[in-house]
Design a binder for this molecule. Structure first.
Ligand code: FES
Length: 195
């Protein structure tokens, strides 16, 4: 077998680098497309009991309210949504259904926003949905409140962690959060809780 010469390296090195890049890129694309995890029944961590809203504050389906949930260190930006159907980890109050989610994107920790108008969302996030969703402005990830906060588009793979809710009279309280609290308790690249 012929020994490699220096001249051979001129094409072998760039070819290997290019092949490696495409392999990495393909794996990454595959994981984004097919590696998303579905939220099941949540595992809760007990936390402070915090008043979030009264039922009358969210009078119709897709009403929402942003709030912050206190953590041992910092605060967790969160959103309470009135949704049209019961969700695992959500709260039922008669005919009304509620779901509370962290607003910290599970990709790289940017703050996600509730997108009430799916048509405007399709333009802003390049994600088409027939109902409101949560969008991340950093890399245009999208999360579906009708799948308990599942990541449905873009680079995020994990769902938004849920906030545990309790009802007392007509007042909705937050009483804990789902674990792991991604990305804060996920891999170490998480930013601080108030991002
Ligand atoms: S940080 Fe949200 S999509 Fe990247």
């Amino acid at each position: 077998m012929r020994k490699l010469s220096r001249r051979d390296l001129v094409w072998i090195v760039p070819l290997s680098a290019t092949g490696g890049f495409f392999a990495w890129f393909g794996l990454r694309a595959w994981r984004i497309q097919f590696g998303k995890t579905e939220p099941g029944e949540p595992r809760w961590k007990e936390g402070p009991r915090v008043e979030v809203a009264r039922i009358a504050d969210l009078p119709e389906v897709w009403s929402f309210r942003y709030f912050v949930y206190p953590l041992a260190v910092g605060e967790l930006k969160s959103v309470l949504l009135r949704v049209p159907a019961p969700q695992p980890g959500g709260l039922g109050a008669g005919d009304a259904h509620f779901l509370a989610l962290s607003r910290i994107c599970t990709h790289q920790g940017c703050t996600v926003n509730f997108v009430p108008d799916p048509e405007a969302g399709a333009i802003a996030y390049n994600y088409r949905s027939d109902h409101p969703f949560l969008g991340c402005p950093c890399h245009f990830g999208a999360f579906d409140p009708l799948r308990a906060g599942a990541a449905v588009f873009g680079p995020p793979r994990h769902p938004l962690p849920r906030i545990r809710l309790a009802l007392e009279g007509d007042t909705i309280y937050a009483t804990g959060h789902e674990v792991p609290l991604r990305p804060l308790e996920g891999r170490a690249r998480a930013r601080t809780a108030g991002v």
